[in-house]
Ligand binder design. Sequence first.
Ligand code: CAA
Length: 381
Amino acid sequence: MDFQFTEEQLMIQQTAREFAQSEIAPTAVERDKNAEFPAEIVKKLGELGFMGMMVSPDYEGAGMDTISYVLAMIEISKVDASVGVIMSVNNSLVTYGLEKWGSPYIKDRFLKDLASGRKLGAFALSEPEAGSDATQQRTYAVKDGNHWVLNGIKNWITNGKYADYYIVIAQTDKEKKHKGITAFVVEKGTPGFEQGVKEDKLGIRSSDTCSLTFTNCRVPEENIIWEVGKGFNFAMNTLNGGRYGIASQACGIADAAFEAAVKYSKVRKAFGTEIANHQAIQFKLSDMAVKVEAAKLLTLQAAALKDAGKTYVKEAAMAKLFSSKTAVECALEAIQVHGGYGYVREYLVERYLRDAKITEIYEGTSEIQKIIIARELLKAE
Ligand code: CAA
């Protein structure tokens, strides 16, 4: 695979890097501490075209390719993984699916606002008892005239409190199992739809995560995405795209940890010399460098396949599995290189570890990625 980036891709990467440094970095530490949502930053990301990067300009998206999206996601997440996940959910899990499977009405009514960044989206699949086993949806919807009435609870929803439009997956025919699941767009403010308390999380604390409750919530029929019974397929296909988004986020965290370790090792002295001169540290830096590079290449490979119109299910799962592991490992090693300083909040590396862990859990745990990879491998035999 040839990753000679185009001038446009490099320009987008540079724009993301500069934006991250000038607009995100100054408030990242405080927002993490106070679990404060970066509303202003998200607004500016929208103005830059980063909230609907791959959506066609016909729907007010930026019309960029997936490689550009990955490059931008890495730069943003390198500075603040909380901003990274907000951006990833809106791009990968919300706007992508609405453009591909939404009706003309949905595209006109919801996608334009989401792709331009005027509105924020959330993706509600997980439930208290439906995480990895996503077919076990207890939220259900019953048809009533030209509306569907939703009841149930969704859990761990990124952008849960701040979103305007929510993609909600619900059971519409229990007998049909996964073929009886349907996806809806639900607007904030719809009677019977409430957001729960913001979760107090270990990491990505500046992003917001909460539960959602639906109590006799009436949703118009035209808000159905794709068609009745296609909600599980919609969710699975959408998550394939989410996975290279989270892989990019993990690459950003890993890269940040690696760079912090290199920088610190060049100034910290022990046994009469900078610790970078000790092989014990050099081996750590080398291992981190190899892993970060490999994670980026796997992620770019998944993106390149998507841009080429080829299947990327296995490659996106591989990218997420490896990049998230790399993020955790690099953050741990960066702390080790920093010694005691790595364990306190004054240095950023402890946040990298807290932020990294979730990349092994959401949008399919590492164990789920292995199942997906194995199924695809065996299918090919
Ligand atoms: N891509 C496309 N389609 C897929 C697919 C994939 N990766 N995986 C399954 N499907 C399709 C199958 O083809 C099948 O479709 P048909 O019946 O039309 O042929 C259908 O889905 C059912 O497939 P399976 O029988 O294989 O389903 P399963 O019950 O065995 O589950 C699974 C498969 C891969 C384990 C799936 O349940 C899964 O991905 N679980 C993890 C869920 C997940 O990622 N949750 C994350 C929540 S969202 C989140 O974290 C967002 C956030 O806020 C950050």
